[in-house]
Design a protein around this ligand. Structure first.
Ligand SMILES: Cc1cc2nc3c(=O)[nH]c(=O)nc-3n(C[C@H](O)[C@H](O)[C@H](O)COP(=O)(O)OP(=O)(O)OC[C@H]3O[C@@H](n4cnc5c(N)ncnc54)[C@H](O)[C@@H]3O)c2cc1C
Length: 386
């Protein structure tokens, strides 16, 4: 067992950290002010740097590196902001990975290289007004006829909704109950019958647009079916990697807040001395440091165990759940230690707190991860409906 990164991995992390701190801090501030996602030029710049799809095979336009390398890059960019890192999140651990793994070869060769080149962004549309944690209750239907698939229904909370160029849409293909009927279809933004609701105003995630998506008899070719009925297990396999990305984004908020507050408590003086000299402050810092380091190890374990494939539901749920919880607590403690300055929008810690909260809902709520963990531990699924 080796807890060290290789020299190449350390160099990669260092180079992304340097690039991010020299180039992206003002970009993050501007995104936070405007609420607009990263500009197309910046996304292409990420492509030129090799960050988009860094863990996708070279023949599809990626760098052919591993999931761990992707998560190293994601943490460094996520420390700048969730919105800045979001295109890298989508390209390395998002729905494009399910398309790459399970899609028809002709479709894969059109979509995946375009994502790696920064020309396309793909979002995931699973949740619906009445299907959140109970995802298998989804109602958006896909019916196949004459080489075409027709999709009807409404999706909610899609990150990238209205902005992304394509959507991996979870649908029910027949009347079988629950997961048995579920698969997913790839739909491009400008397809007839597809429309978008008003932009959501979320607590955090500024610069990651979100809205309802309406499918009114949307027709796409049958080769856009990524997995048909009965493919829910495959989709959830790919989603285990997305969970590690979610965990990394949460960790990034915590790690950045810890770095900021460590500097702050050494500068800020009260009662005639730096506030770091108070033992209560030292204890808080130590707790935050332990939480951040433990979280990173759980994420890396999930990624390394999976090698180039998808992590297990157990290790990815543990990594996500822990990262989601510690990110809320570390960013909250950092905010508190910065007093009025922590509560001010002049400093990024309040943004990190708001984003950290969101990562613990996105990709499956914290308690749902706990159900997954207990289920893997005990060795059987617990029926949430009975
Ligand atoms: C910032 C953000 C980004 C998102 N991005 C996307 C996206 O890109 N694509 C997409 O499809 N969706 C996305 N979502 C939606 C997200 O996946 C859902 O919000 C999430 O799965 C929870 O569903 P819900 O909001 O309907 O909450 P509900 O399912 O109503 O759950 C509410 C709460 O009830 C509790 N609960 C519910 N069921 C159980 C249970 N069985 N056991 C224990 N507790 C339970 C949990 O505490 C849970 O937090 C996003 C959400 C957010 C906040």
């Amino acid at each position: 067992m080796d807890f060290q990164l290789s020299e190449e991995q350390k160099e990669l992390r260092e180079s992304v950290r340097r690039y991010a701190s020299e180039r992206l801090l003002p970009v993050a501030e501007e995104i936070e002010r405007s609420g607009k996602p990263p500009a197309p030029d910046l996304v292409r710049e990420f492509a030129d740097m090799g960050y988009l799809g860094i863990n996708i095979p070279q023949e599809l336009g990626g760098q052919g590196l591993g999931n761990l390398e992707a998560l190293l890059v994601l943490e460094e960019l996520g420390r700048i902001s969730s919105a800045v890192a979001f295109p890298v999140f989508e390209s390395c651990v998002g729905p494009v990975r399910a398309i790459e793994r399970f899609g028809n070869r002709a479709l894969v060769e059109t979509v995946v290289p375009a994502v790696c080149a920064g020309e396309k962004m793909i979002a995931i549309a699973m949740s619906e007004p009445a299907a959140g944690s109970a995802l298998t209750d989804l109602k958006t239907s896909a019916s196949m006829n004459g080489g075409k698939v027709t999709i009807s229904g409404t999706k909610r909370w899609c990150s990238g909704g209205g902005h992304a160029d394509g959507y991996l849409v979870y649908c029910t293909f027949n009347d079988e109950p629950g997961a048995k009927s579920i698969g997913a279809v790839y739909v491009e933004k400008d397809t007839d019958g597809l429309s978008f609701g008003r932009p959501e105003q979320l607590m955090g995630f500024r610069g990651v647009p979100s809205c309802d998506i309406y499918f009114d008899n949307v027709q796409v070719p049958e080769l856009n079916v990524i997995v048909g009925a009965g493919g829910f297990k495959e989709l959830m396999g790919a989603f285990d990697l997305e969970r590690c990305g979610n965990a990394t984004m949460a960790l990034a908020q915590a790690a950045a807040a810890l770095a900021d507050v460590s500097a702050y408590v050494q500068e800020r003086r009260q009662f005639g001395k730096p506030i770091v000299d108070f033992q209560a402050v030292q204890l808080k810092l130590a707790e935050m440091k332990m939480q951040v380091e433990a979280s990173r190890l759980l994420i890396w374990r999930a990624a390394v165990d999976a090698e180039q494939g998808f992590p297990s539901i157990s290790s990815s749920s543990i990594a996500k759940c822990f990262a989601n919880e510690i990110a809320r607590s570390v960013t909250g403690n950092a905010l508190q230690l910065m007093g009025g300055y922590g509560y001010s929008k002049e400093f990024p810690v309040e943004r990190r707190f708001r984003d950290a909260w969101g990562w613990g809902i996105a990709g499956g709520a914290i308690d749902i991860q706990k159900v997954n963990i207990a289920s893997a531990m005990i060795g059987r699924r617990f029926n949430q409906r009975a």
